[in-house]
Write a protein that binds this ligand. Structure first.
Ligand SMILES: Cc1cc2nc3c(=O)[nH]c(=O)nc-3n(C[C@H](O)[C@H](O)[C@H](O)COP(=O)(O)OP(=O)(O)OC[C@H]3O[C@@H](n4cnc5c(N)ncnc54)[C@H](O)[C@@H]3O)c2cc1C
Length: 378
């Protein structure tokens, strides 16, 4: 089968690996607009369950990915001088650039062609010469836009502003930190992803952002201001920028996922708020699901129809939980007057996927402490 893939991110490369591994006769080409060493972002995070899926799908890349991993089991919630740790959560982090390099090396060894610095302009022409065309071209997907009449995308920009930094301060666990200044409330989502660096995403509501004067601030002044907001947490370490800019989270959905021999994967197809887990996990699990449909189906159109049928409910469920989590952070200011342990409980249960029973299993000491505490709200 002649497979052309637009986008050399995790979704595109991982799908190529899985298909080529299943049948070396597939002729697979990836077109990537960036160079091999260009990347944005810092670390990506996977749950224990996702790692098991990656191991079952491709043991070789799984071994390389896990060799580089930083693993932890705690979520830390920090507010004022208090830090509440909740254990029993299994997560790991790796630098996005390392992940992409591992996947690229695996593609090359399998004989998959990757054309870097290759922007696909004429999508129709590529579609005509493909048995299967994959739109793995990220959140601003041109493939989705080209066939928008068929995919019927639903795109919305959320009100909160966020900015993706790194730092050499190491956060040993998924750390959610809340700080206030005259402008309002800022939340940081941070975790270490190698032995020297952590991801540090800062989020605030639009009122805080306007009062903070960030619209007129240079990149350097923005970092300096946010370093002051999180001075107690950064311990003198700088915020590291990788062309970091304030953005609004873009929620992407598509009514239809496939059109003739074209299918979308990863961020092109759907996004889920970063507070619930990374888009990288969903992108790679999409690739696994689509490859499994090709194992079972006898034609491209049957495989794509099956992919939409099997994977869409999973993604809708995930997006629903991510939506609740996103709303929680959009209304974060409302939670600043409860006690730290109440805040921690509210955070752990925000998506509706984790309840008291789950927390009793994961960390009975946390629930015991929570239930012993007098409530600010009672
Ligand atoms: C600013 C920012 C920072 C982020 N940082 C992190 C992070 O630190 N950790 C994390 O887990 N997630 C991060 N994410 C989210 C994460 O990148 C995605 O959820 C994940 O990478 C989805 O994988 P994907 O393969 O679907 O898309 P992507 O990784 O976005 O890959 C799509 C690829 O397609 C290429 N492309 C697009 N159009 C064309 C074209 N016409 N021709 C050729 N190539 C094209 C792009 O260059 C890109 O490499 C970040 C997102 C943003 C916007």
């Amino acid at each position: 089968m002649k497979i052309n893939i637009i986008g050399g991110g995790p979704a595109g490369m991982y799908f190529a690996i899985l298909m080529k591994q299943a049948d070396a006769a597939h002729d697979i080409t990836i077109y990537e607009r960036n160079g091999p060493d260009d990347t944005f972002g810092w670390g990506v995070v996977f749950s224990g369950k996702t790692l098991a899926n990656l191991r079952d799908a491709d043991a070789i890349s799984h071994a390389e990915i896990t060799r580089e991993f930083e693993a932890w089991d705690n979520v830390d919630v920090v507010q004022g001088h208090d830090k509440i740790s909740i254990h029993g959560n299994s997560f790991s982090g790796i630098a996005r650039i390392r992940l992409l390099k591992i996947l690229r090396a695996r593609c090359e060894r399998l004989g998959i062609r990757i054309h870097f610095r290759s922007e696909v302009g004429d999508i129709d022409a590529l579609k005509r010469e493909s048995d299967l065309l994959i739109g793995a071209d990220g959140v601003n997907s041109s493939v989705r836009q080209r066939y928008a009449d068929h995919f019927q995308p639903n795109l919305s920009a959320r009100p909160n502003k966020y900015i993706w930094y790194g730092t050499n301060q190491l956060f040993h666990g998924l750390t959610l930190t809340f700080r206030e200044n005259d402008a309002g409330v800022f939340a940081a989502h941070s975790y270490k992803f190698n032995q020297t660096t952590s991801t540090f995403i800062i989020e605030c509501d639009p009122e805080t952002w306007s009062r903070g004067g960030f619209a007129e601030m240079s990149d350097g002044d923005t970092r300096e201001c946010l370093e002051q907001v999180f001075a107690e947490d950064l311990h003198g370490h700088e915020l590291l920028s990788n062309n970091s800019k304030w953005i609004n989270f873009a929620l992407v959905k598509n009514a239809h996922w496939q059109f003739e021999n074209v299918v979308l994967l990863g961020d092109a197809l759907h996004t889920a708020h970063f507070s619930i887990g990374s888009g990288t996990k969903l992108a790679m699990e999409d690739a696994i699901a689509l490859k499994q449909c090709f194992d079972r189906a006898s034609s491209v159109s049957a495989a794509l129809a099956q992919f939409e049928e099997v994977r869409k409910p999973v993604i809708e469920d995930y997006q629903a939980a991510a939506y609740e989590s996103m709303l929680w952070f959009e209304n974060g200011r409302a939670y600043m007057r409860i006690t730290p342990i109440e805040l921690a409980y509210a955070l752990m249960t925000r998506s509706g996927r984790v309840d008291r029973e789950t927390l009793i299993r994961r960390d009975p000491a946390f629930i015991a402490a929570y239930e012993r505490q007098p409530r600010a709200s009672s």
